[in-house]
Write a protein that binds this ligand. Structure first.
Ligand SMILES: *Cc1c(COP(=O)(O)O)cnc(C)c1O
Length: 385
């Protein structure tokens, strides 16, 4: 079907004649369905831009995706599952729940799935915060946090990162009030890549009242190489208010299938299961995730290659004179301030898509080797200061 013909005024064999300007704006200011006014001020999730299709080589380093295509066994599992597209998926994700419970040595009823961990982030806000309650997270955060917080009507308490791009855990603990319901910790932090240390998180958690839910978002945990890094599952085992958040999107390379999970104590996990979009995690996603777990060694080998590439890119940037935070994720962060958009445009002209955050910085994902080289050439020409 050619979408063009239905809007440019020409006849379309499939449908009625339509004219430019269709459909008319039926809902004008002040008429039609009443939408909460808070929605108008909330930013829309902005995905990393795709690389242009064309003759020239190009690389998408804008979404922290895994550059490797699915492993053959994972693809086979997904294709086999596609044969049952006429059926609803298993609401309980039973086989995958069993496999993860065994993998992490946690009770099955401590696991809850979501349509990606973004789905769970929304559910976590839904189960914990009502209008006027407070949610604390670092700024700049992973961009889903402010969106879901504001939609819920909760107040966002944004605590600036430290000079060296890490969470300011003392300031975050100081920000707790009797309205605080939820705290997001992101480690490694998106977009800066800095990791939180076990001893610091323990000291932080000791200061947080047990009624406050603390979510440790570990979307990139498989890329961590710091022996002192916190592990959310360790924290969850002894603390009823800690939730570990994991995803199959990054290291496991299943971003397109939308599946993530939380590990939390039973009442919290049960609330998450209750607030999930019913049947939202497809059979294809469940089967591919299970197949990925069974091939974890091969996947972690790929992760090691990306970690080596991360070191190569960072060391080259440091040698060029850039200051680059020590990242334990599959991306690097350049705090370019006012020059962020110009740098992103220079990258794009060289076929490299990065993720600019206007007036703050640029996040560069680690992808194919050719992408690193192209990025480094742009960075070389673009003076660090
Ligand atoms: C990518 C990302 C997620 C979301 O991943 P899903 O694809 O929704 O599982 C969650 N948190 C952080 C910090 C991320 O960077």
């Amino acid at each position: 079907m050619n979408g063009q013909s239905s809007v440019d005024g020409s006849a379309d064999a499939q449908g009625p004649r339509r004219t430019a300007g269709w459909p008319p704006a039926l809902i004008a200011e002040g008429v039609g369905p009443r939408l909460p006014s808070v929605l108008a001020g909330i930013p829309t999730y902005e995905p990393g831009r795709p690389a242009p299709v064309g003759e020239r080589p190009s690389w998408k380093l804008s979404s922290n995706e895994n550059p490797y295509p699915p492993l053959p066994g994972v693809l086979d599992a997904a294709v086999a599952a596609a044969g049952q597209l006429n059926r609803y998926p298993d609401l309980t994700c039973a086989a995958l729940t069993r496999a993860l419970a065994e993998h992490w040595d946690v009770p099955m009823d401590h696991i809850a799935f979501g349509t990606g961990s973004i789905g769970l982030i929304q559910q976590l806000v839904q189960i914990s915060a009502e209008s006027g309650d407070e949610i604390i997270y670092a700024w700049r955060p992973f961009e889903s946090y402010p969106i879901v917080a504001e939609i819920s009507g909760a107040r966002s308490i944004q605590v600036p990162l430290t000079e060296d791009e890490a969470h300011d855990l003392d300031a975050m603990a100081d920000a707790v009030t009797d309205r605080t319901r939820l705290i997001f910790l992101c480690t490694p932090n998106n977009p800066t890549g800095r990791v939180l240390h076990r001893t610091d998180v323990v000291r932080f958690l000791d200061r947080i009242p047990e009624q406050v839910l603390v979510v440790i978002d570990e979307a990139y945990v498989e890329f961590v190489r710091d022996p002192d890094a916190v592990n959310a599952l360790d924290m969850y085992r002894t603390r009823p208010n800690v939730v570990a958040l994991r995803t199959f999107s990054k290291a496991y390379g299943l971003a397109g299938l939308r599946i993530g999970y939380a590990v939390a104590h039973e009442p919290v996990a049960a609330a998450l299961r209750k607030t999930a979009v019913a049947l939202g995690v497809s059979t294809i996603a469940q089967s591919a995730a299970l197949a990925s777990l069974q091939r974890e060694d091969e996947l972690l080998e790929r992760v090691s290659r990306l970690v080596a590439e991360r070191s190569r890119m960072r060391e080259a940037l440091l040698a060029q004179g850039w200051s680059v935070p020590d990242s334990h994720a599959n991306y690097l962060w350049l705090r370019l301030g006012e020059r962020s958009d110009t740098f992103a445009a220079a990258c794009e002209a060289a076929g490299v898509m990065v993720r600019p955050f206007a007036c703050e910085g640029v996040r560069i994902s680690i992808g194919e080797l050719g992408g690193t080289d192209a990025l480094l050439r742009v960075a070389q020409d673009f003076a660090p200061r």
